[in-house]
Design a binder for this molecule. Sequence first.
Ligand code: BG6
Length: 369
Amino acid sequence: EKGGYDYFMLKEIAEQPKAVADTLLGRIDANGSLSLDEIRIPVSVLREVDKVVIVACGTAYHAGMIAKYAIEHWTRIPCETELASEFRYRDPILDSRTLVVAISQSGETMDTLMALRHAREQGAKVLAICNTNGSTIPRESDAVLYTHAGPEVAVASTKAFLTQLVACYLVALYLGQVRGTKWGDEIQAVIRELSEIGTQVDEVLETMEPVRELARSLAEKNTVLFLGRHVGFPVALEGALKLKELAYMHAEGFAAGELKHGPIALIEDDLPVVVVVPSPRGRSVLHDKIVSNIQEIRARGARTIVIAERGDTAVAPYADHLIEIPATPTLLQPLVATVPLQVFACELATARGNEVDQPRNLAKSVTVE
Ligand code: BG6
């Protein structure tokens, strides 16, 4: 049932191109527009939404953090992403014009369920992004957009995460489409680029041997840090979470701009630091800033592991290890940048003799608050 792989996680990592393609299937029409009538929230209601609040836990929360950048950029609707376990306890401001998006692979996570119940009591509309048909979270929501990742068995989420991202982009682009924004042309272009993403994830998967080798060489380390900016920041958090879950290592993700406000004090000789670099073509200011961050940490002895777009010659000289990923629009980069981090964590866990599919103390679905 593991399809020839040693672990479900390896199988699920390999299934990502298909999972991504399946989640797009039937949702882009022949004219290249999105058709998401299945959401069954009337367009008239979506046009009136004045705030989006995303609630989720763990890996799904990282998908929600990335969604915030996409939703605010393409729709200009203010969006906040919050840990489901924190949400209802701070008495959040919600009304009938608030769209709450609850993201959950299992559809059974109690923290997320309690957050959406609270949101509905306050009159907000709840859209679930979920991978498990007929589970509790979509049943209790006003609407659902299913991810089509197929069953995910490994506790550490991989293909579900990528499909959650796809679903989040679809929601962001659809909101932009039905409301009309000045980004109309960009939205059309991104929809076209999304259709290519499965192929690009496949390309990443084919170039992972050096990443596995690197991971094995770091098996004796105690700490790995992760840095990113913009959508690369949640990717850094996800890379760190994977390493904690699987390798039981001290791993932390930081926004690269925060380095100088504290974390740079952690840098010491030969400390591995993974840096997610945005495309030099898109928002080039982001790229330039992160290149100087890499120089700063390298000058202090860090071993830099750089994930960058293929052909990024500006960053290459500062990379002790360079992991190249295909070119994508800035906002879509997490779909390709996360994959090496999954492989990295899985290989490190194996090298450390850990149980990959069933990490200690964790459960696939947590049905207590
Ligand atoms: C956890 C899992 O506790 O729940 C994580 O170990 C997962 O992998 C999180 O991201 C949220 O789960 P779900 O099913 O709500 O997406």
